[in-house]
Design a protein around this ligand. Sequence first.
Ligand code: SF4
Length: 373
Amino acid sequence: MSFSDYFCSETWRESEMHRRFKDLLLPKTPQELENLAQQARQLTWQNFGKTMRLFAPLYLSNECVNACEYCGFSRDNESIVRVTLSPEQVETEARYLVNEGFRSLLLVAGEHPKFVSQSYLRECLDRLHTFVPSLSLEIGPMETADYLPLVKAGAEGLVVYQETYDREIYAELHTAGPKKDFDWRLNCAERAYEAGFKRLGIGALFGLADWRVEALALAAHVDYLLKHCWKSFLTVSLPRLRPAAGEFAPLTRLDDRDLTQLICALRLAFPQVGLVLSTREPQRLRDGLIPLGITHMSAGSHTEPGGYTGAGKEKVHHTVRGKAMPVIASEGEHKPATEQFAIADARSPKEVAQRLQEMGYDPVWKDWDQRLN
Ligand code: SF4
């Protein structure tokens, strides 16, 4: 039974895990929350030590055939500046990030079969895997057979967020493109597992549906994948909506206290799952959440293609009903591609690593090598 069948059957609501996780999400007094935090801290140290894996997103393309109301790259945002980096330009960006210390990169792209094709991705991976030990992908969902060559070319992780586990809200927010198919996306992690990805990343985008309802469904997904895709390491992300082109206003709120409780709840329910915190969150909050369960952090991120080195700026354009249109910029000036969302923690990778060390943590730049395979 696939996760989408299990999720439809609603039997997951009768499980012991569901009952326990629901209790962890109930409103807590300050003392109760402090108790949860202490247990979460202890479990994180037991399972991961005082370490933090650092990674950087590398955006390949901001072209997209989907209409997702909350995303700056949505195909309906015709005014944004778009570009797809050539494999050479992707290498330029990757070499910059390696020079910054990173050995783990997440290659991110909008869903566009023409610009971000399987062969394009393979070429990027071929160029990068000789000098970047850990490469993961955050791209449009594919069939298992289409993932196989990407795994062979060196991709070891696949990240796909369901965005929202509420079918009705999902249908309202995804109005065009292949992403409209809720179940196709929901079963993506299983297809990736069959193809041999060693790391699977899932998550929900908080700000679309009630956070507790969303978190319960996300926990059911984690529980299912731990049982059915147990050979892969699983990570969970809890991104909150950030300002982006299109200016979509969050429909619901997950405040800092609730986010803290959710991180503690996930750590208590799933002690060995990786928890990811991105630069969407501000410095002070990120530092405060480090001991409570976070195991993976991005640093110094750019969310636009070419954001690290300016690569690709000569090819930028608008995409209007599928056609490339020139960008009007002042003479001699190249407009950069539009970012997916604004980041909140602008510290450099070095500053983040330094802060981790001050807090007694080891920043881990590399934890995987192909030769260990
Ligand atoms: S969320 Fe992903 S699929 Fe949707 S518009 Fe943005 S890049 Fe495209």
